[in-house]
Each structure stands twice: as structure tokens, then as C-alpha cells.
Design a protein around this ligand. Sequence first.
Ligand code: FCB
Length: 439
Amino acid sequence: MNFLWGAATSSYQIEGAATADGRTPSIWDTFSRTPGKVKNGETGDVACDHYHRYPDDIRLMSELGLRAYRFSVAWPRIVPEPGTVNPKGLDFYSHLVDTLLERDITPWPTLYHWDLPQYLEDAGGWPNRDTAYRFAEYAALVHDRLSDRVTNWTTLNEPWCSSLLGYAAGEHAPGRTEPGKAIEAVHHLLLGHGLAVQNLSGKVGITLNMTHVTPATGSPEDADAARRIDGLQNRLFIDPVLLGSYPEDVVKDLAHLSDFGHVREGDLDTISLPIDMLGINYYSPALVAAGNESGGLTPWIGAEDVRWVDGGRARTTMNWEIDEQGLLDLLRRIQKDYPAVDLYITENGAAFADEVSADGGVHDAGRVDYLSRHIEACAEAVRDGVQLKGYFAWSLLDNFEWAHGYGQRFGIVHVDFETQKRTPKDSALWYASRIKRPL
Ligand code: FCB
């Protein structure tokens, strides 16, 4: 079987060069400059300086034997002002693609990994229907330039985060806390996906952050808590795309916040246009129970009275529990409920407090263990008949981990942010040897 092995990054998290060659601010530039939003006031201004160092980074990928590289395109480099096109922005990604292909690495671009041009947020952002049309236009521009060499396209990365973390919880850019607007953002992101699909050729997909949700006990209350979290995290996004409808129970859960009057006739036909692949980002499972003493506004709008239950497993520095069984259960469930598309793990990985040792290496045994367990879960899923076609480790490089800044290291390659030195960690060396073998 021809299983695709790769690693993933995203534009704002690694590129830096925030004002180079005509790039204008995205919502993450603005958000990271807003006091108190990102740890230590860190920004993506320089990040891994990948914009200037990509040839070296691609050489490293090649040395590790990666067969595919998942990156994202920064919209504000391509359309820096309304109605314009920036040739230098397109040139950057064109050179990136050429350099990958020279090394026989398949380019795997995502068109939106959260860096909305600030001018579009100023015009209303994703709650504004117009943003969906602007996204489709931008997607067409990138496609026109790269489609002679790129055949796999992902529209959105994790619209759950862009909508609910960005517009309801305020924990991500643009930092708004307007739950009703967040529900409109969900729809316009999905509409943007569907409109973009019409402009793309080759193999097209979307990446969702999905998880396996289990109730803590057999009580009906906990079962309902699990239903609600599964609804908000998984079904609110995958059902419109693959089944052509919003899940009725979730619409009911959200009725106090939105009447879904923003959904126009025909929208769901557009959103559910056939796609070829579903990208799944999996990190951690969710064990949930009814009742939440702390209350307050969370991204789990409509499910504020649900709490997370400790599953008693080891955790990463993100405080995310490690459980590869959750990935296996999730893959089996998706194959059963949504059998129409090929599946790819587009992100999976772990943050740990890695340091360069006196011997010059980075001995991240915890990440080796995490990756090997999850990759074996993938292997088992495939043996079960799950149509899983590839796996991308998150992340190639330590990078700007959104509101956590540079303190959470997810890379298989260590980055010294003072010197920009790259050091492959033990996990990179392990991954390089693992991917020489079949899944
Ligand atoms: C995902 C994001 C990715 C990275 C990982 C840890 O939600 O898509 O950019 O931050 O989490």
C-alpha cells in the first residue's frame, strides 16, 4: 500500500517575515499585539524565519525522508489589500513548491490556517457572508498559479477553532466573544469551503479537528453531555460537508443563540459538493460528564454545563491527555458513519519541554512514544478496513503555538529561536526510520 508520510506546519506559525514583499497584517498579527492575548506578548513576526530559510528546511525534510509536506498559504501575502493580487506572495509559494518537487516531496497546501486578512475582519470577519466569497476568489488565485504542480488541496484547517475559539471564546484571533456571531462564522467558513471547492481541481479536502467523545458514566446525563460535545466538535462541521445538513440536535442545542436564519437556500448544496479527502487532526480524546461548577463562556457554546473528566493518563505540556485508543475509535467511527472519502491524519503530535542536551541531541523519548503509539493505532485502523491514506506529524518544527507562544514545542525538529538553529530531535530520527517501513 502506498501510504503517504509527511509533516505539517502552518504559515503564521513558522514563516515570520511579517511585512516582507507586501504582506499586510492578518488577524493573528493584530491579536498577538493585543496585550494579554498571547503568552509573554509573543508574535509571529519572526517565528522560524521559514520565509527566508525554506530551502534549508526542505533539505532537512528530504534528509528525513518525508514524502509529503503540509503547509498553509498566507492569504494576506496573496491578497494584501481588497481586490489586489500580490505577485511576490504567489512567487514565494511557487518557489516553495518547486523546491519540494525537486526533492520529490509532495506539496500539500492548506488555503486557510487561520490568518484572515485584517481588512476582512474589519469588514465583519467570518460572521460576514461576504468573507466566504472573498475566500473562494483567493483560493482560485492560488490554484491558478500552482495547479500545474499541486494536485492535493485542502480548503480550511479546523474551522471549529476559527469560529468557536475566535468568535465565541475569544481565545484565538480575532478574540471576539459573540456566540451568535460564532455560529454565523461556522456557516460562512463552511460556505467558503464549498465555494472554493468549485474553483479547485485535483483532489480536494477539508481538515477538521475531531475527537472521540466518551461519557464518564452510563448515566443519561453524561450520555447527553457526550452527545452535545460530539455535536459541537465533530458533527456540526462534518455533517454539512459530507451529509449536506446540520445535525438537528445541535441546531436545537444552539437555538438560544441562533435561529440559523443566516443559512440561505442552496448553501448546504454548495457546502456538500463532493470532495475527495477528509483531513483529521487528532491530539487527545474527550471524557465528559454533565455539570460544570465553573460555568462561564467556553467555546462549547450550548454545552457550558459539561465538564471534562480526567481519564488518568499521562499528559503533554499542553495538558492534553495521551490516548491513542481515542484515535483508533475515532477512525473506526468516521469510516462507519462517513464512508465516502479517503482519510488522512493531517496533524498528530505532542508538546514537551524539549532541550538541547550537552551531547548536542534532543532526547524527546516522550514524543517518540506518543508518535509510535498513534502510528500503530493508524496501522490497526487500516487493518480494520479504514480508508486511511496518509499521516502528517505535527509539527516539522517547533513554532508559534498560537496563544501559548513559543513555549509549547511540538516539533520533531528543535528550533533555537535566538539563533534559528534547527536540531532534529530523537523523534525526527525515529520518524525517519519508521517511515521507511510500510504502515
Ligand atoms: C491544531 C492547529 C495547529 C497546532 C496544533 C497543536 O489545532 O491546527 O496549528 O497549533 O493544534
